[in-house]
Design a protein. Sequence first.
Length: 200
Amino acid sequence: MLVSVFPGAGLAQDSGSALDQRVRAFLESHRNEWHDLNVPFEDGQVLYDLIIRNKYRSALEIGTSTGHSTIWIAWALSKTGGRLTTLEIDPERQKQAIENLEAAGLRDFVDFKLGDAHQLVKELEGPFDFVFSDADKTWYIQYFKDIDPKLKSGGRFAAHNVLQDISGIREYMEFIQQQPGYETTVDRTSNSGIAISLKK
Ligand SMILES: C[S@@+](CC[C@H](N)C(=O)[O-])C[C@H]1O[C@@H](n2cnc3c(N)ncnc32)[C@H](O)[C@@H]1O
């Protein structure tokens, strides 16, 4: 039995499969090499745990960048039998993300879409049970409004950077906390913060 080097990530239940070993090795070797607004390692663990615990299977990520959170989400979905759609507007970042997912052995669990998420989110059919919002913060409220009808009951809408002083965040937090159909908590594992809104 392998000893987990990712405490808190729910990996005690890992099978120690060849894929697990490959993903772990990739994440460990790249741990200090994410420089494109990527989530901290600890927040990747939070996303992973959320998906595993709730057995989510249909996920959407808004803001791929070079794919750090994408790897954590796709890894969790590889265990639940799920699939991720991820959106990015920058072709160079998306290209790097695809290479990273290939290197981690997770490419087959992800649909990469290139374009403006303002439009793409409206066009996506859904339904989703897990959404990670990590692109332009001033559009968080509109992303939520567009996703809401496509989010399953029991699903979660997670928004990144909510503990940071970034334009759009204060307005988003005021808005989301007033949504009657949702219960929102803030994960403070890292300084970035993730607002996690459960659809009742
Ligand atoms: C904070 S980074 C995402 C980090 C990523 N989740 C990770 O952990 O690796 C935000 C990304 O959203 C992208 N982005 C910003 N506005 C966008 C839009 N309107 N449509 C699609 N992508 C957008 C940016 O190009 C950037 O790569």
